[in-house]
Ligand binder design. Structure first.
Ligand code: NAD
Length: 419
């Protein structure tokens, strides 16, 4: 589904329009149209059966104008350079929207982790870390988990980096296990941020949350937590899906039971059943008659075809780049409010920032303080974007880009171009 579109080109289309709305000249933002640094590495791994396989890895640093580069690492068989470049740029805009002192980066390895043993994944991660090590560091570039990576992968990166340095460097990654400097609240942070975003939107639009039905595509670290927390807030989750299947129950799905099932079934929903539930396809989920659709899987899921057909009243983008730019134009024409990824899924990077600050302070904050601080930052960002949306009569995506680009272009201008 994804390869027809170039997500980096989609990002540039929106960026150029935001620059025009801000009245920026081409010189004011031309540096932000390409990443500062692109590193492609070959990662040889001795597989369990003794043969050697060479994987391709990437680390892209889009911008360091506002601080160290920050962004996750993805393991996926379908990943390519343009996808990672887009993801790195989106990190720059995200950090600027929530006004935390980071630039943007992203990394990836083209591999199918579902077919690899733990030992193979560990060797892959350690060798990849060694290959990109010169550009990593708590003051330079700080990875975090993304699709198919987790706290354990972050622990291997932290250990590999620390072995090269000769001392423990917890601040080189975020999303680590608590035992080695991870933060309370980080594992749930992106989903919690999605929940805060939905609450902020519902408040602005004057909607009654007890009447709203939600569909969530993707049931991983982000989708499952978003569904669970929104359910706890009183929303009815009527459809969920993952790579294995989609599930629909108009009476509302028991998210805790579905999660427990997936946890014991290699993270897959296939085979889960409740009374009144029927299996649907991912496309059916995206076009269901729901109040809020939350794409929380991969990029390029809401295509032109889906945008024309969807019956969702509101879209909240938990995944990165789930809507193609041509599909976005259709959503705008159809007046379907869409909270963009660079605002809706910032919870993860905000709590990553808290983790990095705690590592620098050698101090641990309690979870209540973390969640309250996350809410405060996300509410402020939402209010700022909403105001631009009203003042300039632009979509929420354009408003978020305007807020972000204004901050990054100003930082760039104040610093000037070296030498
Ligand atoms: P994950 O690997 O934990 O989960 C991904 C989920 O998507 C899985 O349930 C998988 O089965 C499902 N999926 C994959 N392909 C699919 C398909 N074709 N159709 C339907 N479902 C499919 O990853 P995650 O960390 O939850 O990330 C999900 C999205 O959120 C990604 O776009 C990621 O970049 C973005 N994101 C993640 C974080 C984070 O903190 N993890 C932060 C911000 C944004």
């Amino acid at each position: 589904m994804s390869k027809k579109y170039n997500p980096y080109q989609s990002m540039l289309n929106v960026l150029d329009k935001a620059a025009e709305k801000l009245g920026l000249t081409y010189d004011d933002y031309v540096c932000l149209r390409s990443p500062e640094r692109e590193l492609t590495v070959s990662v040889p791994v001795v597989m369990d059966d003794g043969h050697t396989e060479v994987f391709t890895g990437y680390r892209i640093q889009h911008s360091s104008s506002r601080g160290p580069c920050k962004g996750g690492i993805r393991y996926h068989h379908d990943v390519d350079l343009d996808e990672v470049k887009a993801l790195a740029a989106w990190m720059t805009w995200k950090c600027a929207v929530v006004n935390i002192p980071y630039g943007g980066a992203k990394g990836a390895i083209k591999c199918d982790p579902t077919t690899m043993s733990e030992g193979e994944l560990k060797r892959l991660t350690r060798r990849y870390t060694a290959m990109i090590l010169p550009i990593l560091g708590p003051e330079k570039d700080i990875p975090a988990p993304d699709v198919n990576t987790n706290a354990q992968v972050m622990a291997w990166i932290m250990d590999t980096y620390s072995m090269f340095k000769g001392y423990a460097v917890p601040g080189v990654v975020t999303g680590k296990p608590l035992e080695i400097g991870g933060s309370l609240g980080r594992a749930e942070a992106t989903g919690r941020g999605v929940m805060f975003t939905v609450l902020n939107l519902v408040e602005k639009m004057g909607l009654d949350k007890s009447k709203l039905r939600i569909a969530v595509q993707g049931f991983g670290k982000v989708g499952s937590v978003s569904a669970k927390l929104l359910n706890e807030e009183g929303f009815k989750i009527i459809a969920i899906s993952d790579v294995s299947c989609g599930l629909y129950n108009e009476k509302g799905i028991d998210i805790n039971k579905a999660k427990e099932y997936a946890d014991n079934n290699k993270n897959l929903l296939k085979g889960y059943h409740e009374e009144g539930m029927k299996e649907i396809t991912n496309e059916e989920l995206l076009t269901l008659d729901v109040d809020i659709l939350i794409p929380a899987a991969l990029q390029n899921q809401i295509t032109v075809d889906i945008a024309k057909k969807t019956q969702a009243k509101i879209i909240v983008e938990a995944a990165n780049g789930p809507t193609t730019s041509d599909a976005d134009e259709i959503l705008e024409k159809r007046n379907i409010p869409t909270v963009p990824d660079i605002l809706a899924n910032t919870g993860g990077v905000v709590v990553s920032y808290f983790e990095w600050v705690q590592n620098a302070q050698f101090f641990m904050w309690d979870e209540k303080y973390i969640n309250i601080s996350l809410n405060k930052i996300m509410k402020k960002a939402f209010d700022e974007v909403w105001q631009v949306h009203l003042d300039k009569k632009v979509t929420l995506r354009m408003a978020a880009y305007i807020v972000a680009l204004d901050r990054v272009a100003s930082a760039k201008k104040i610093r000037g171009i070296f030498p």
